[in-house]
Structure formats: C-alpha cells, structure tokens
Ligand binder design. Structure first.
Ligand code: URA
Length: 243
C-alpha cells in the first residue's frame, strides 16, 4: 500500500484545499493513530492508519463505484455547456472523487449507468476484447417479428460495421412493440441504429444490465447508490485483469 503525504490525502478526500488542510494540521485538529499530527507533510498509509480530523474519523476510499438510474435529459459526461450531466446529480461530498461515467447512454436513454474514478476497471469493462454484454428494454414504433430476431442473431450490418450476434426477445407485439435486446458492443447509438437498419424506430430505451451488474429497480430515476461488495467483486471477475 502506498505511503502518501497527510495533506495530500486530506485534500483528496475533500477536507479542503492543500492550504486549508495544512491549516487544520497546524491548528492541532488532526491525529494519526491517536497521536497529534504536527507536520502536514508526514507520510501515512491511509488504508491502514486511523486519521481523525476535527473529531471525525476519515473514511478513506481511493475508489468509489456508483450505480445510477439515469433519467432522460442529462448527459453521460462530466461537463457540458448546455445540459446537466450525470455528475451534477451526485452529492457535493462525492465531488472530490472525480468520478466519470463508464461508457455513455444517450441523453434520452434511461437506466443503468456506472460511475467511478477507477480508470482500470472502466477500461476493462469498455474493452471490446472483454465483450461485456449489455441488456436493454425498448419500445419500438412498428412491428418487431421473428425475422428481426433471426437477423439480430446473425449480426446486423450497419454503415460502418457489422454487429456481433445480438439476442432479441419480443415482449409484446403490435403497432408498437416492446422488446429486450442484449448486445456485445457499445457503439454510438448502437441499439437505435440496429433497429433503424430495419426501418424501425426506438421510442424509449432503458439499460437494464451491464455484464453482471443489474439495475436496482428500487432506484428512482436520478437516484444512485454505491455498489455492494458482491456487485463489485462480480464486475471485477467479469472484467478480469488479463488484458
Ligand atoms: N444504444 C443506443 O442507441 N443508445 C444508448 O443510449 C445505448 C445503446
């Protein structure tokens, strides 16, 4: 485990700017393993040592993993000049983690979005080599038929690439159809483009699952929570470390 400067650890954990946390130490408000810290530059192992700031134990975490039920109207990005972003929906006390969304959902797509500051896990989950599958529910303007199921199973030819085989399931069929679809890539507008290839329009799209991670249906739109240990372990196993 890494030894780091105390002031850096405190600043990274959102306790203030470097200058402010130095002042906290100078004001004799910080202890490390029960001893008063006098040097802001002292080295600590934050995972192992008990750091108390102004009476409050520091809940040190290097990485954070957040599941969000993304609502429509917000952008899957960390910054945007026009629209609210998914990061804007998070509480201020998490801002210091500097999370980003793992992959993107369109502005009008709802559902499962993972946010983290763990670049390694994010990279693995998005790597085309890993073929992490994604499952969506969609409402389609038009009649989805067995023929579409067969075509999706073969892979759909788009302008710039042919998709890997996708699993399409019809939940209801009519002037509008409701379907579930599982795809192996995550290309720009992929689900919409796959249906558009057959003259069909996606009018509602919701992501239900990414690899082993299922949308927690008890989360209201716009709500979020940290992943459980089990969810995180399963994701890590799926993403693997064997790049
Ligand atoms: N496919 C799409 O077309 N849009 C999304 O947001 C996700 C997958």
């Amino acid at each position: 485990m890494k030894r780091e400067r105390l002031d850096k650890v405190l600043a990274n954990m959102g306790k203030g700017t470097r200058k402010e946390v130095k002042a906290l130490v100078k004001a004799r408000l910080v202890t490390v393993d029960g001893k008063l810290a006098t040097d802001p530059g002292m080295h600590v192992i934050p995972e192992q040592q008990e750091i108390i700031v102004d009476g409050e134990p520091l809940d040190f975490k290097r990485f954070i993993y957040i599941m969000m039920n993304k609502p429509q109207g917000v952008i899957s990005a960390t910054e945007d000049n026009m629209h609210e972003t998914v990061v804007d929906l998070l509480p201020e006390e998490w801002f210091h983690y500097k999370v980003f969304p793992v992959g993107r959902l369109d502005i009008d797509t709802e559902g499962l979005l993972l946010l983290t500051n763990d670049g390694h896990l994010s990279h693995s989950l998005l790597s085309p080599k890993k073929k992490v599958d994604k499952e969506y529910f969609a409402r389609i303007e038009g009649r989805v038929t067995q023929e579409h199921i067969d075509q999706f199973a073969k892979g759909v030819e788009l302008e710039d690439f042919t998709t890997l085989p996708a699993r399409l399931e019809i939940l209801s069929q009519g002037e509008t159809s409701e379907i579930r679809v599982t795809i192996m890539e995550g290309k720009f507008h992929q689900v919409k483009r796959m249906f558009a290839a057959f003259g069909l329009k996606v009018v509602y799209l919701q992501r239900l699952r990414m690899g082993s991670l299922h949308l927690d249906e008890s989360l209201e739109l716009g709500d979020y929570r940290e992943l459980t240990e089990q969810e995180l372990d399963a994701l890590r196993n799926r993403a693997g470390d064997d790049e």
